[in-house]
Ligand binder design. Structure first.
Ligand code: NAD
Length: 477
């Protein structure tokens, strides 16, 4: 019989009578498990548990809160192989990348726990002789974390760890595409001493569970990672209660390759960026601007990488570079964008069609040249293993094209000239720029998008502060 997972609320797994949602393996389209489609009453129960637990949690010294976080990270490490296996099956990641995700998640929780002794406020000079002005950083209260499916396990930690170390409690809603890893995360949390109600998990669809969470008046902050369309809708819904939002949305990262670049490095980094997680990564290169002098050498190198890609069902083999896309809708979207590009005059050098593996949602690694700025393939988020390339005649042109986007998450440049690198750092209007390296953010950095890529950010000190609000105290004595 297919397993039905149960929500984790107030330190208990809750049997529930609501509708269920099926979870499928994208490599085979076979049913893995069911989860509840939690309704308004179930969501209210979770938020109420988090609200009741919060004042006691806030009163604990931060270092004690950090101790509970470290118990959780230790549990994740203990079960690292099983957890990676679950991510492989429900999300379609390669085994290697799933393991990286689990290990990085545990490290991230420890990193955020380290902030316990570093959380501070400010003392501000007063105009009065007998007064001190203190600025405290206080928790917001109950945080709702709404997650996407592409790094489903890591995103739990990116929401939970900074929320908890700063004294908030949390209700997590995983993506309906990839909730099993989150239920397993909750099972491990239940084995720690974390006080009940501090971490809660409710599964379900966006329009039922997600909406109910966003609308709940006792939620103080909604931290969301996902698409621009959903982020925009959440912001509108949250406006009813003036609930704060932190939105990590889509990207269309440009990669600039200048004629003086190390082409082996550029081709490998940009190729990896396109096949990692089957191109379903918000910060990875989605379009390339290559200087005319480097075009041929760069494309030749890339073409070899694309043709040699090992892809398939990642549960079957541990040496794959790429698994399936997440679902049929993703496969249709990628296919449509490539077809449009072809019709608009681009040249497909490799791939360009659904992979014939008999089952699942596989797309061939696809390299496209002769792309132009007006094509959808250069403007819309592809979120698949497809790389379009446009030739440019100067760095100025590349920067102008890069900035001409509704997205502003990440960007990259490959050059051996420090002046070119610094010009790009000054003029690229993105939250992040990677110079001569792969697109991958550090936990101590600050991952934040401009324009439609989001509001606020995550990671590091600045990400941590998003989970706090200020309280200013005037002490006259
Ligand atoms: P999505 O927007 O479809 O869904 C994300 C979550 O929102 C899911 O849990 C879903 O159930 C929920 N949801 C849907 N409608 C809702 C509503 N009306 N109210 C409340 N919740 C609702 O996104 P996705 O397809 O899961 O993720 C892919 C997208 O995420 C891509 O655009 C990608 O770029 C983006 N992403 C961004 C970052 C970042 O850090 N900026 C990281 C990862 C993914």
């Amino acid at each position: 019989m297919t397993k039905l997972y149960q929500n984790y609320i107030d330190g208990q797994f809750v049997a529930d009578s609501t509708d269920v949602v099926g979870v499928f393996n994208p490599a085979t389209n076979s049913l893995l498990a069911n989860i509840p489609d939690s309704d308004e009453a179930m969501v209210a129960r979770a938020v109420e548990a988090a609200r009741r637990a919060q004042p006691g949690w806030e009163k604990l010294p931060p270092i004690v809160r950090a101790g509970y976080l470290r118990q959780i990270s230790a549990k994740l490490r203990e079960h690292r192989l099983d957890l990676a296996g679950i991510i492989v099956r429900e999300q379609g990641k390669t085994q290697q990348l799933a393991q990286v995700e689990v290990d990085f998640t545990a490290d991230y929780i420890d990193y955020m726990a380290e902030w316990a002794r570093r959380l501070d406020g400010e003392i501000i000079t007063s105009d009065r002789a007998n007064e001190n002005i203190f600025l405290f950083r206080k928790p917001i209260g109950v945080v709702a974390g709404i997650l996407p499916w592409n790094f489903p396990f890591f995103l739990i930690a990116r929401k939970m760890a900074p929320a908890l170390v700063t004294g908030n409690t949390i209700v997590i809603k995983p993506s309906e595409e990839t909730p099993i890893n989150a239920y397993e995360f909750a099972r491990l949390v239940a084995e720690t001493d974390l006080p009940r109600g501090v971490f809660n998990l409710v599964g379900g669809l966006g329009k039922s569970t997600g909406e109910a969470l966003v609308l709940h008046p006792d939620v103080g902050l909604i931290t969301f990672t996902g698409s621009v369309a959903t982020g925009s809708r959440i912001m509108q819904t949250a406006a009813r209660n003036l609930t704060r939002v932190n939105l990590e949305l889509g990207g269309k990262a440009p990669a600039i390759v200048l004629a003086d670049a190390d082409l082996d490095l550029a081709a490998k980094a940009i190729y990896d960026s396109r096949v990692i997680n089957t191109g379903q990564v918000c910060n990875c290169a989605e379009r390339v601007y290559v200087e005319r002098g480097a075009h041929e050498g760069f494309v030749n190198r890339l073409e070899k990488h694309f043709r040699d890609t090992r892809y398939g069902d990642p549960s079957e083999r541990d040496d794959l570079q790429m698994g399936p896309l997440i679902n049929q809708a993703a496969l249709d979207k990628v296919s449509t964008l490539v077809e449009q590009a072809r019709r608009d005059g681009a040249t497909v050098l490799t791939g360009g069609k659904v992979a014939d593996l008999g089952q699942g949602f596989h797309y061939e690694p696809t390299l496209i040249v002769d792309a132009r700025r007006d094509m959808n393939i250069m403007r819309k988020e592809i979120f698949g293993p497809v790389l379009p390339i446009q030739v440019v005649d100067s760095l100025d042109e590349a920067i102008e094209l890069s900035n001409d986007s509704e997205f502003g998450l990440t960007s990259s440049i490959f050059t051996r000239n420090i002046n070119s690198a610094m010009q790009a750092a000054r003029e690229l209007r993105f939250g992040e720029t990677y110079i001569n390296r792969e697109n991958f953010e550090a936990m101590q950095g600050f991952h934040a998008g401009r324009r439609k890529s989001g509001i606020g950010g995550a990671d590091g000190k600045h990400g941590l502060l998003e989970f706090t609000e200020t309280h200013i105290v005037y002490l006259q004595a």
